[in-house]
Structures are given as C-alpha cells and as structure tokens.
Design a protein. Structure first.
Ligand code: KG4
Ligand code: ZN
Length: 337
C-alpha cells in the first residue's frame, strides 16, 4: 500500500511516500526557518504564503524520489490538526485537490499522534501501550498511548511548550533562532551546576516552563527585567554555556521525572518520545539512563523523524486507512488539538 503524506501545520512544508505503513520511500522537508529567523519566531502570514508556494514542488519531489506516479498511490494522508490554521489549510486543500483529481481516498491525521507514530517507522519492535511524551515547539504533553490513534492525555503544559522555552531563552540570550539546537550545542560546553535554576516538578502531570524562562531572563538581564520595573544593578552575568546548561538541565529534569512517574503509576513498560525537542542530546541521554534504571524500554525516533516531517503523517495515515478510517472531501483544518 502506497501512501502520500502531506504536512504543513507550522513552518515546514513536507511530503513523503510511505509503503505499507512502515517503509519510508521518500521524505521531503522544505524548511522556512530562513524566512522566520529575522523575526525570532514563526510569522503565521509568512508561513501560509511560503506553504502555498512550496506545496506542489514538494509533493512532486516526494513522488519523484519514491519513483512513484500519482496514480500508483492508494491513499493520501494529510495533517489537518492542530497547527496554524492558514498553514494547515494549504496542506489540506492540496491533499483534497489531489484526492479529488486522482479519485483516491483521503485520511486526515492529527499532527501530535503522527509525532508519536514516528517511532513505528523507526523501530521494528515499537508497540503499544506506552507512555508518550510530546515535546515540540507548539506542544508539550504526556499521554497514555494505547494504539496509533488512541491516546489518553495525562497532562500538558500550562504555559510555554518545551521548544518554545528553548527558543525564547535563546532569544533572551541573543543566540539565534531556532533556539533548541543552539542551546543544546552550547550547553555541552557548560556546567549546569554553576547556575542555580528553579525545578518546577510539582509531582503532578502538567508542565510549566515560564518560571525557568524568567529565571534565565533575570540572570541574564537583571532582576525584574521585562517587567517594566527598574532593573536592579545586574550582578555579573553567568557564562553563556553555564546558563544554557543549567536551563536545559532544569527542563530535562522535569521531563524525565514526570514521564517516568507516569509510566510507574500506569505500570507501563515502554516510553515513546516525539517532537523537535526529542532531538535534544541531554534529554535523550538522561531519559535513556532513567528508563534503563527503571527497566523501561525507550523509543526515540532519529532526529529527522522528531522534527516536523510528512513520513510520520503518511505512516499514521496508512495505519488508519488499513483499519478502515477514511475522511471525506469535507475534511477541515482545525487549529486546536
Ligand atoms: O516538532 P517541531 O519540528 O515543530 C513543532 O511541531 O513545533 O519542533 C520544533 C522545536 C523548536 O522549538 C526547536 O527549537 C526545538 O524543536 N528543537 C530542539 C532541538 N532541536 C529542535 N530543542 C532542544 N534541543 C534540540 N536539539
Ligand atoms: Zn511538530
């Protein structure tokens, strides 16, 4: 079974062809990072226009790379939620037009569920149930995953997503965009213990990263910076690498603790990660150590399947289609999860 996947929920225009729900024949990702970098974050209007320009060439490239003709496809899968509404609409409209013109079925896919499904593409022994941790630029949430599209949300962030916190900290420190990979690299040269950071593990299932982000702001720019109050004479700034390492360690501590606690409480023996922050080298290392200690199997996709891509969309779309799920041409884009 050949599935074309289309992804346009944020700032990556992506298309992929996946065979039998497992084998990635092609995966094309056109990043818009260069367009958004100057603004320090994704500008929705710019994202929509860039998707509209890129979508057809990206789909054509994915088909060509897979040596597949449009008529060879069995089904077209598309991310239809959650994401930037205008951005989602570009992918959904393209998928519907293709499905209609080719007379092929279409399946709408949830972006978060697709991030978790990326593990199925990467690991032959990946199975359910597991505890799924999604850490991306737009979302941070913990799930009890019982099947490809059967996820019970255990908790989510109350404020910033983990990736958003990395991006904002990088912006505060003037390091560049997107912040995750920059902080990850810088932190390797730093000492996390050299700077004191709050650890916001309230023992519950929800996350909050705004406190640690504000702690970085105050350490870097002085107490009360950004509050419209007079900034007290700032103490000497910590070394950037130490501050980056301390921030990262604090975020990773909480992600690892909450994930392992959820797995323990549910008696689930495997953990799955997904989303761009799952590329983080310290998170991968610490989660692997903690899972090994607890006798839990850990699944993390390779970095190109952690960040936004369409192979995960085609993979999940294939699984849904094989289980009898089909959407209609009424399929709509939905901004919320
Ligand atoms: O999943 P993704 O590609 O897009 C969304 O669905 O949001 O995630 C992008 C996020 C960005 O915030 C980026 O800074 C973060 O993933 N990221 C990282 C790393 N690589 C990407 N965060 C921490 N460490 C990394 N190595
Ligand atoms: Zn994503």
């Amino acid at each position: 079974m050949l599935c074309l996947g289309i992804e346009s929920s944020c700032d990556e225009t992506a298309a992929a062809v996946v065979k039998d729900g497992r084998e990635v024949l092609s995966s094309v990702v056109r990043s818009q990072i260069d367009l958004h970098r100057v603004f320090g974050g994704v500008v929705p209007e710019i994202a929509c226009r860039a998707h509209a320009e890129a979508i057809l060439p990206v789909v054509e490239r994915a088909l060509a790379d897979a040596s597949a003709r449009p008529e060879d496809l069995d089904v077209i899968a598309v991310t239809h939620r959650p994401g930037l509404i205008g951005a989602l609409l570009v992918g959904v409209s393209a998928a519907k037009a293709l499905a209609f013109a080719l007379g092929k079925p279409i399946v709408g896919v949830d972006h978060i569920e697709a991030h978790l499904y990326a593990n199925r593409l990467a690991h032959a022994d990946f199975a359910w149930p597991n505890v799924g941790l999604i850490v991306s630029g737009g979302h941070t949430a913990l799930y009890h995953s019982r099947g490809p599209a059967d996820h019970v949300k255990l908790g989510a962030t109350r404020d910033d997503a983990a990736g958003e916190a990395f991006d904002k900290v990088s912006k505060i420190m003037g390091l560049g965009y997107p912040g995750g990979p920059i902080i990850d690299a810088l932190a390797r040269e730093g000492n996390a213990k050299a700077v004191e950071m709050p650890r916001l593990d309230d023992k519950g299932p929800d996350f909050s990263f705004s406190g640690v982000k504000t702690a970085v702001l105050y350490k870097w720019k002085g107490q009360n910076a950004g509050r419209g109050r007079k900034v007290k004479a700032p103490p000497p700034r910590p070394a950037p690498a130490d501050l980056a390492a301390a921030f990262q360690e604090s975020v990773v501590d909480v992600l690892v603790a909450k994930t392992l606690r959820a797995a323990g409480e549910l008696g689930v023996k495997s953990v799955a990660l997904g989303g761009g922050v799952a590329c983080n080298s310290r998170l991968r290392e610490r989660m692997a150590e903690a899972c090994a200690k607890a006798g839990i199997k850990l699944f993390i996709p390779p970095p190109n399947l952690c960040t936004d891509n369409a192979a995960m969309v085609a993979g999940l779309g294939s699984a849904l289609f094989a289980a009898g799920v089909v959407s209609t041409l009424e399929l709509d884009a939905v901004a919320t999860g």
